[in-house]
Design a protein around this ligand. Structure first.
Ligand SMILES: NC(=O)C1=CN([C@@H]2O[C@H](COP(=O)(O)OP(=O)(O)OC[C@H]3O[C@@H](n4cnc5c(N)ncnc54)[C@H](O)[C@@H]3O)[C@@H](O)[C@H]2O)C=CC1
Ligand SMILES: O=C(CO)COP(=O)(O)O
Length: 323
């Protein structure tokens, strides 16, 4: 008799609920930890994913898992430490959030490494809008862990024909891609919001990949990871997909709405806002020049406006493309 995998999903936002649905689809017994389970279990509805109902086989709970084969942490990045610190170290932990902890400048697995020094850790990232994964539409992502065999084994627990999880042993590159694409998506949205054109957006995305390649190299990540699902894949989706909250935040800023007001009006979390200054600081610590990230950070802080932002980027010297 084969063992039914037990997967615990921590966080019942849009991504946590989509991952719970995916885990159930992969044949797992699923528990979904919600801060307010009553709101969900009453109507078996998913507040962050309107239109989707919870199928049988998913238990909604406010009790942390005591036994599991896999724990998926799907809360916002800035709440990862507080949320994860209440999880017993009973299984491999996968960070499913995208960002950098603003208070410390740490990436998700560095935060988890401090809390769970003896656990197997991984990160899941890629071009995945929650509502499409919830609907069972085809998608791919990458699951990275320091150990490639572990990464493949853990990815297999969630993989189905429509949700293709590739394995990677470059968690640094995968985390950098996931964190940075949200910042770049804000810049891309602002470019379109300010009517600078689609040529400008394509140039911005491509030049930001050069920034990320330099930073990834400095951090010890592998360059090819940024050409993969967690890099270019997620940039393509988030910088062009109107469903992206980060893109929509940038769009509003580009149209002249103050950053705070644009963020307040947004439904759900736009991780790029808190991550931008942390990412910029990380780049500076490593002596890496990241003009797009620096400009997006100033725009978000309200210290420059859109005219200044485009002026800053357009006045840079034009050198060799891959200098
Ligand atoms: N929504 C999506 O399409 C995807 C999201 N992600 C990532 O997943 C992470 C979570 O995002 P979403 O599920 O979209 O969030 P969301 O925007 O749907 O909701 C935010 C969630 O955060 C919870 N929350 C608020 N304050 C909290 C606190 N103090 N402690 C713990 N939880 C708190 C809320 O209850 C809510 O469930 C983010 O890092 C995001 O980048 C990754 C892939 C896809
Ligand atoms: O991470 C995502 C898609 O891969 C979701 O993007 P937003 O957080 O910008 O909505």
């Amino acid at each position: 008799m084969t063992h039914t995998a037990r997967i615990a999903v921590i966080g019942a936002g849009a991504w946590g609920t989509a991952l719970a649905l995916q885990a159930a689809r992969a044949g797992a017994e699923v528990s979904l930890w919600a801060r307010n389970p009553a709101a969900m279990s009453a109507g078996r509805v998913m507040p962050r994913l309107p239109g989707y109902a919870l199928p049988p086989g998913i238990t909604v709970t406010d009790a942390m898992p005591r036994q599991a084969d896999l724990i998926l942490l799907a809360c916002p990045m800035q709440h990862l430490r507080a949320t994860a610190s209440t999880v017993p170290p009973c299984a491999p932990l996968i960070a499913c959030c995208k960002g950098i902890e603003q208070a410390t400048g740490l990436m998700p697995l560095q935060v988890l490494g401090e809390l769970f020094p003896h656990s197997v850790l991984g990160v899941l990232s890629g071009p995945n809008f929650a509502h499409e994964v919830a609907a069972g539409l085809p998608a791919a992502a990458v699951l990275a862990s320091a150990d490639r065999t572990q990464a493949r084994r853990l990815a297999d627990l969630l993989t189905t024909p429509a949700f293709r999880l590739y394995a990677s042993d470059d968690p640094t590159g995968v985390q950098l891609g996931g964190a940075a694409k949200n910042v770049i998506a804000i810049a891309a949205g602002a470019t379109i919001g300010a009517k600078l054109g689609e040529n400008a957006r394509a140039a911005l995305i491509t030049r930001s990949i050069a920034e990320l390649s330099r930073l990834s190299h400095a951090l010890g990540g592998r360059p090819e990871t940024l050409s993969g699902l967690a890099g270019i894949g997620d940039l393509l989706l988030t910088c062009t997909g109107a469903a992206s909250r980060n893109y929509r935040l940038g769009l509003a800023i580009g149209q002249g709405t103050p950053a705070q007001q644009a963020a307040d009006a947004l439904e759900g979390v736009a991780e790029g806002r808190a991550t931008a200054p942390a990412l910029l600081q990380l780049a500076r610590q490593h002596g890496v020049s990241t003009p797009v990230i620096a400009t997006a950070t100033s725009l978000l802080a309200g210290t420059i406006d859109m005219d200044d932002a485009s002026q800053l980027l357009l006045s840079r010297p034009v050198g060799h493309e891959f200098a």
